[in-house]
Design a protein around this ligand. Structure first.
Ligand code: HAM
Length: 426
């Protein structure tokens, strides 16, 4: 493989002709997040390895098999973040954010790294939009967070996702469940992969989440957590269901959702698509009431979610979402001769000041070649600026989309074009 001209396996270039789609999605996400009281947080791409071992859990697939971990030149072990939650909790603790007004709500748009087997919708470098809420313990917060997710999809014009919810209880009720699950797995230990045989004792729920097909087969019919919930967890879950019903948010209770990260307690949920292939989980999240304490803070209930932007954009495409047109230029000015070319350059500056996307030649092309290029870029309008135009103080504004040509004054051209574009928008 040509190392110099091929990106590493599992990574993707975001090329200029589709980056506009991403930007559109990202802006809508941040804009909607603001309506729900979320502000952006940015944390480092790499953290101390221990943060993820403790936070995400050292029996998870993510920590055991998928982390990009290396020693830096100072001999410290650091890891490219495989997800966003642990870093946000670390930052909140480091900067004392949890001592301020609660709930604290923050969101992020980040690249994440997992050494997974690449396939459609599963990458080694991927991107997440995520949101975290610290403070509330009531199911009101779970319902509001899920309503926020539904609003994000709605505002992006996405259809065809279904919401699956489950409760995986708290450490107290999980103890009883672990016993039952361990007994079930012990009978099938010879059918489990090596990693699962090892983690069966320490954290049997991780076996349910193993990606190996042999393990997935062996765990059919395993006991489900919902049957083991303590009174408080059961009450929280029914409280959430009532609120979702009240908000008119459709869902399926899916006892199979355990999530692949260790920090979850009580509510877990996923938004799943049937339209983008085997990796259909567009969004996953839940409550993690023990994580802040696990990382050294005072006990603080918390919850959040993250969605994969790659999968989100795939789903937007399959839903036929109306992406805005991301054209290179509104207007292209083809300069003829030295004076014409200079005037094109000057006028482009004026046009850009008015917020008009404007372009002119910097390749020494003939007027004919410039007009051909303007057409290729998908510009709405083009005009030739030569000696006669400069003398007359006006030019012919040609519509490249089949509209009528019109004569316009060069003086005030930027204003004229701005008005024209605004009129066409309405
Ligand atoms: P997660 O389920 O591991 O949760 O990831 C969330 C989303 O990221 C997935 O639903 C998927 O869309 C996307 N994703 C994950 N791995 C890949 C991959 N290899 N390639 C492409 N997309 C991927 C978390 O990361 C939690 N931190 C979410 C959360 C926040 N829970 C509470 N707060």
């Amino acid at each position: 493989m040509a190392v110099l001209t091929s990106a590493p396996r599992g990574t993707q270039d975001l090329l200029p002709d589709i980056s506009g789609k991403w930007r559109f999605a990202e802006e809508k996400l941040l804009e909607t997040a603001a309506l729900y009281g979320f502000r952006e947080i940015r944390t480092p791409v790499f953290e101390h390895t221990e943060l993820f071992q403790r936070g995400v859990g050292d029996t998870t697939d993510v920590v055991q098999k998928e982390m990009y971990t290396f020693q830096d030149k100072g001999g410290r072990s650091v890891t490219l973040r495989p997800e966003g939650t642990a870093g946000v909790v670390r930052a909140a603790l480091q900067h004392g954010l949890l001592g301020g007004a609660l709930p604290l709500r923050c969101c992020y748009l980040i690249p994440c790294f997992r050494y997974e087997k690449p396939q459609a919708g599963r990458l080694r470098e991927f991107h997440q939009f995520g949101a975290e809420v610290f403070g509330p313990s009531s199911p009101d917060a779970d319902a509001e967070l899920i309503a926020f997710c539904a609003a994000l999809f709605e505002r992006l014009g996405i259809t065809g996702l279904s919401l699956h919810i489950n409760s995986i209880g708290c450490p107290a009720c999980r103890r009883r469940y672990h016993e039952a699950l361990r007994a079930f797995l012990a009978e099938r230990a010879d059918r489990l992969c090596g990693t699962c045989r090892e983690r069966m004792e320490k954290n049997p729920m991780r076996v349910l989440d193993c990606k190996s097909p042999v393990c997935q087969e062996a765990v059919t019919g395993a006991p489900v957590m919902l049957d083991y919930l303590c009174e408080e967890c059961a009450g929280h879950f029914s409280g959430l269901r009532e609120r979702l019903d009240m908000l008119g948010i459709a869902y399926t209770v899916d006892p199979k959702i355990v999530r692949g990260l260790d920090y979850y307690t009580k509510t877990v949920f996923e938004f799943v698509s049937g339209a983008i292939g085997a990796q259909g989980t567009v969004l996953g999240g839940g409550r993690y009431d023990g994580l802040v304490e696990e990382l050294g803070g005072s006990p603080t209930p918390a919850l959040g979610f993250a969605m994969g932007i790659e999968r989100l954009v795939m789903q937007m495409e399959s839903s036929g979402c109306a992406f805005p047109e991301d054209r290179l230029y509104d207007i292209y000015l083809a300069g003829m001769g030295g004076a014409g070319r200079r005037e094109a350059l000057r006028l482009c500056g004026d046009l850009r000041q008015e917020g008009v996307r404007a372009g002119c030649d910097c390749m020494d092309r003939s007027v004919k070649a410039q007009m051909k290029y303007a057409d290729k870029t998908g510009a709405l309008y083009a005009a030739v600026l030569g000696e006669s135009e400069l003398e007359a103080g006006e030019c012919t504004l040609k519509s490249l989309r089949g509209g009528e040509a019109r004569t316009v004054r060069l003086e005030g051209l930027a204003d004229t074009v701005r008005t024209l574009l605004d009129e066409n928008k309405n």
